[in-house]
Design a binder for this molecule. Structure first.
Ligand code: ADP
Ligand code: MG
Length: 227
């Protein structure tokens, strides 16, 4: 039903998601319908447990809803094979998490190169990774291990890694929650520039009201529903 909308980048139609553990069932998302246009920078807020991470996981094809549909670039992706979903995640989507999720044994440069190696373009992966590290201000720290970098620097490495396969959409789950004010601003400025200069669509979760000014739109979840 969304295929006619030219600039629509991601959409959900009535998605629901529950988690079961033993006899207990938690309904994390209740009929969420959301449309995100190409080039938007969406910030998602809501209390702990309101379903923010669950929503981001569905949008980013890291998980599947129980009912409802997800569309990316006007194409229904909800029931694609796991192989096709993995391919989309690697080539079209980028992820940034609160805890950076870097591989501890690999240098900053190797961490950034990793998603490029996974799709077999290792030939120019190194040059691309160095260019991206320069872009986030870490060209001189390319050989360092994650433990030899500050939290803010690790998050910038994670951003460079998310960009290596030139995704058109970035998902970030509380990317500044572990960072001090200065590092948080750096990260947000990088996001804003990616959004404004390179027209990358961004969906980000935050707890900080002062970060909302960086976004082009703010949506709020409460108890698994959009409000
Ligand atoms: P938020 O990111 O807004 O804090 P989540 O999407 O992580 O919220 O969680 C929404 C609800 O689903 C919460 O009640 C949470 O406890 C529950 N939940 C999330 N992930 C799981 C899981 N893997 N197993 C069971 N319950 C979960
Ligand atoms: Mg969360």
């Amino acid at each position: 039903m969304y295929q006619d909308t030219n600039n629509l980048h991601i959409a959900t139609e009535n998605i629901t998601k529950s988690y079961r553990s033993g006899d207990a069932k938690t309904v994390a998302l209740k009929n969420v319908s959301l449309r995100i246009a190409q080039g938007e920078f969406i910030m998602i807020t809501g209390r702990n447990g309101s379903g923010k991470s669950t929503l981001l996981h569905q949008l980013g094809l890291l998980d599947s809803p129980d009912t409802g549909e997800i569309y990316i670039n006007g194409r229904e992706v909800t029931r694609l094979s796991e192989k096709k979903r993995m391919d989309m995640r690697l080539r079209q989507l980028g992820y940034i998490f609160q805890e950076y999720a870097l591989v501890a044994e690999l240098s900053a440069l190797e961490n950034v190169m990793l998603p490029a190696m996974m799709i077999g373009t290792s030939k120019d992966a190194r040059d691309k990774a160095l260019t991206l590290l320069a872009k986030v201000g870490l060209r001189d720290k390319a050989r360092r291990l994650p433990t030899q970098l500050s939290g803010g620097e690790q998050q910038k490495v994670a951003i460079a890694r998310a960009l290596i396969n030139a995704p058109r959409i970035l998902f970030a789950d509380e990317p500044t929650a572990n960072l001090d004010t200065i590092a948080s601003k750096d990260v947000l400025r990088i996001f804003k520039s990616l959004n404004e200069q390179e027209h990358i669509t961004i969906a980000m979760i935050t707890h900080e009201p002062e970060e909302l000014e960086y976004a082009t739109r703010h949506i709020k979840l409460s108890d698994g529903k959009l409000v």
